[in-house]
Design a protein around this ligand. Sequence first.
Ligand SMILES: C[S@@+](CC[C@H](N)C(=O)[O-])C[C@H]1O[C@@H](n2cnc3c(N)ncnc32)[C@H](O)[C@@H]1O
Length: 183
Amino acid sequence: MNNWTFFREAIKNFRSTGAIARASPALVQRLIGSIPASTPLRIVELGPGEGCITRALLDRLHPKSELAVFEINPAFVGRLRTIRDPRLVVNPVGADRLAEHFAPGSVDFIVSSLPLSMIEQPVKEEIIRQSQRILRPRGRFLQYQYALQDYGLLKDNFTDVSVSFTLKNLPPAFVYSCSLGML
Ligand SMILES: C[S@@+](CC[C@H](N)C(=O)[O-])C[C@H]1O[C@@H](n2cnc3c(N)ncnc32)[C@H](O)[C@@H]1O
């Protein structure tokens, strides 16, 4: 799927996609660059779209890692299912159903490109609540966003939230790295 196809899908479903172009390689690197590659990990990705971050994760992750993705757009789900990698599980359901798939404290990293600012407040709060629940004590929730609309929500729910920024995306983006502070 090229950027034009992503754009068409985004226009058809603008409220749920929340972007006109997929994340640039520079943004993807900033988002996932801190995830260790040398050790097996359990990773969850929220809102993978056509899979630009998914593929970068699979390139990076240890051969014994697991990657579960949650995507609600059927066109994107179809595209994700063409990725042949035994580490990948594609869940065609919303990110508010995480707790049905993972035990508390069992996930190392959650990588999210959900359009948080377009998701209704109660659903968004439920996604963050379930994310906290399934993360290991030393786990991290990584998210990008085009403005800092949800900084407050993340600060309220995670003990430690750091923010960085990249101009190398259309539009430029902030990247949050959030932890439960149980080191
Ligand atoms: C901004 S796009 C990100 C696409 C790609 N990961 C990227 O970074 O370029 C947001 C994605 O989140 C998906 N999405 C929106 N709400 C969702 C939800 N509640 N659960 C799972 N996926 C959702 C959309 O269908 C879309 O694929």
